[in-house]
Structures are given as C-alpha cells and as structure tokens.
Design a protein around this ligand. Structure first.
Ligand code: HEC
Ligand code: HEC
Length: 266
C-alpha cells in the first residue's frame, strides 16, 4: 500500500489505471458474454463446406458470390429449397447451357446438397427446405386426395397433363412427367417455380393444399392402369398416334389382302 500511495502522484499513474480498468472490463466481459453455441459453429462450418463446393461446381456459371453471370442466374434470395430441388433432381450442376436443363442422376450426397443449400441461403433469405410434416401426404383422407385432384386439374394439368404424365411446351421446352418425382421435390417445385413453371406461394396454395396435391400425385404414381397400357399417360396425343398406326396400318394390310385374294383378284 505504501508503495502505491507513494507513486499515486506519478505522471504515468492515471493512464496506467485506465489501462488496468479497461483490461478488467474486457476480461470480465469475456466471462459474461454469450458463448457461440456448438449449433452455431456447426452452422458456420456447414456454410464454409458449401461455399467450397460451390466455388468448384457452381461458381463458373453463378458467379463466385452467387451474383450470377451470363451463363447462369443470380442465386441471391432463391433459398435453400431451390438448391435442394435443383441438385436433388440432378438438374444442377448443369453440364452446359441448354434450352431446358434436364433432370439427371444425382451425383452429390444429401449432406453435400445441404451444405450448398445452407451457403446459398446465407446469401439472402428464400424458401427453406420443408419439414416432412409440411409435404408428407400421410394421413390424408380419400376426400382430401380427391380435393388435391381438383386443385391439380385447376393449377397444374395445363402443363403437366391431366394425371401428371407431362406435356410439351412451346420452343422445345416441356413440363416433365411427375410419376417418379419425390414428395419433397414436388413441394419445392411449387414453392420455387423452376424455369417456365410459375411460383405457387403460400398465398395461392396453403401448405395444406400442397399436401393434398402431393397426395393426388402419389396416388397417380401408385395407380394401377385399368385401361391397359397407359402409353405415356399423354392422353389423346399418344392414343391417337397408336390408333393411326395400328388402325390405319391394319386397314391398309387388310385392304391389300382383299385386293390380292378377294373375288376380283380371281
Ligand atoms: C453450366 C452452367 C451452370 C452450372 C455449372 C450450374 N448452374 Fe445452376 N443454373 C444454370 C442456369 C442456366 C440456370 C437457369 C435455368 C434453369 O433454371 O434451368 C440455373 C438455375 C439454378 C437454380 C435455380 C434458380 C432459381 O431461380 O430458382 C439454382 C438453385 C441453381 N442453378 C443452383 C446451382 C448449383 C448449386 C450449382 C452447383 C452445384 C449450379 N447451379 C451449377 C446454369 C448452371
Ligand atoms: C406453365 C406451365 C406449368 C404449370 C402451370 C405447372 N408446372 Fe410444374 N413444371 C413446369 C416445367 C416447365 C417444369 C420443368 C422445370 C425445369 O426443368 O427446370 C416443371 C417441373 C415440375 C416438377 C419437377 C418434376 C421433376 O421430376 O423434376 C414438379 C414436381 C412440378 N413441376 C409440379 C407442378 C405442380 C404440382 C403444379 C401445379 C400446382 C405445376 N407443376 C404447375 C411447368 C409447369
């Protein structure tokens, strides 16, 4: 104490005290401050992993920060659901620019897709990947599935065909068949609107309606074909085609046979 009181008047005493006080506050804060939770660290790790994958596989077309280039659109604000749909159906990474980038076998693990999705979501908020209870049609009654059918015919059949078999669109584009599509990807397609498909937001179709539509599509996927060969379930187009070949073709053969073996030929 005597040591301190002796030097109290020293010219360096005040600044020294200040530094000591600051140190004490800093130390104190580091004890009180909220620690970064392990969930948050995991999150940042996932985003970093996603960014690394993105740099390698996606940035050539979508830009190093997802801002877009002449080869691909900006991904800022498209959300995790869009990435999960595009990568989960094998559309992305696109091999080259095309009129319509087709679905292909998926080459990434779901973990890698989740990481890229987390990175893209960190660029700007968009639709999130849905929880299972948002898209699973489990527990729907037959009546609700039928309502889904009505909603499908009103909103989707113009492009995808009356039971989801798919159909052609102008300029070499097409709405794909939905017979193989997974439930989660149906949800994501509706909420993110890939390519020519419109976005069906929550205001247009509530989650409950989306589940009903998925229930209807699932029922078509499992439906036995009572009418025999569905021939692509494209309706009158492919049916007319077959009638043309089998019907007219058959008539020509019969006609030729009559001409050769008929009463007149003899
Ligand atoms: C060869 C160029 C190319 C590469 C590589 C590529 N993309 Fe794309 N991407 C495109 C084009 C072009 C579109 C827009 C056309 C379309 O939607 O089919 C697109 C669309 C998208 C969309 C939809 C955007 C929206 O508006 O909803 C997402 C998400 C996406 N890409 C993610 C990725 C991810 C993730 C990767 C890497 C794993 C990737 N892309 C690699 C060219 C590319
Ligand atoms: C204006 C035409 C149009 C309408 C209306 C439309 N779609 Fe689509 N849909 C498309 C096109 C085009 C694609 C292909 C997008 C691509 O390849 O990037 C598509 C893709 C999809 C896919 C992805 C299929 C797969 O296996 O990859 C699903 C699922 C889908 N649509 C569901 C629906 C549902 C459900 C509705 C009604 C709520 C609907 N669509 C309404 C045009 C349409």
């Amino acid at each position: 104490m005597k040591f301190l009181s002796k030097r109290r008047k020293h010219s360096a005493a005040k600044p020294l005290l200040l530094v000591l006080a600051l140190l004490a506050v800093g130390l104190g804060y580091s004890f009180v401050a909220p620690q970064q939770t392990s969930a948050e660290t995991e999150m940042t790790q996932q985003i970093e992993e996603g960014k690394a994958l993105f740099d390698v596989s996606c940035s050539s077309c979508h830009g190093l920060n997802g801002e877009g280039t002449t080869q691909g659109p900006s991904l800022i604000g498209v959300g995790a659901a869009s990435v999960d749909f595009q990568m989960g159906t094998g559309r992305m990474p696109a091999a080259r620019p095309e009129v319509q980038i087709p679905a292909r076998p998926v080459i990434y693990s779901q973990e890698q897709i989740d990481a890229v999705a987390a990175y893209v979501a960190s660029l700007g908020t968009g639709p999130e990947v849905p929880q299972e209870d948002q898209y699973s049609p489990e527990g729907l009654t037959a009546e609700e599935v039928a309502q889904g059918g009505a909603l499908f015919r009103a909103n989707c059949s113009a492009c995808h065909g009356i039971v989801g078999g798919g159909g052609a669109l102008p300029n070499g584009k097409y709405a794909p068949s939905l017979f193989e599509t997974e439930d989660v990807h149906i949800w994501e397609a509706m909420r993110t609107g890939p390519q020519q498909m419109p976005v069906f937001s929550k205001d247009v179709l509530h989650d409950e309606d989306v589940r009903k539509i998925i229930g209807f599509i699932d029922a078509q996927q499992d439906a036995p074909t009572y009418g025999g060969q569905p021939i692509g379930s494209n309706g009158p187009v492919s049916e007319g085609f077959w009638i043309f070949i089998v019907g007219i073709g058959g008539l020509i053969i019969v006609g030729g046979w009559i001409a050769k073996k008929g009463a007149r030929a003899r």
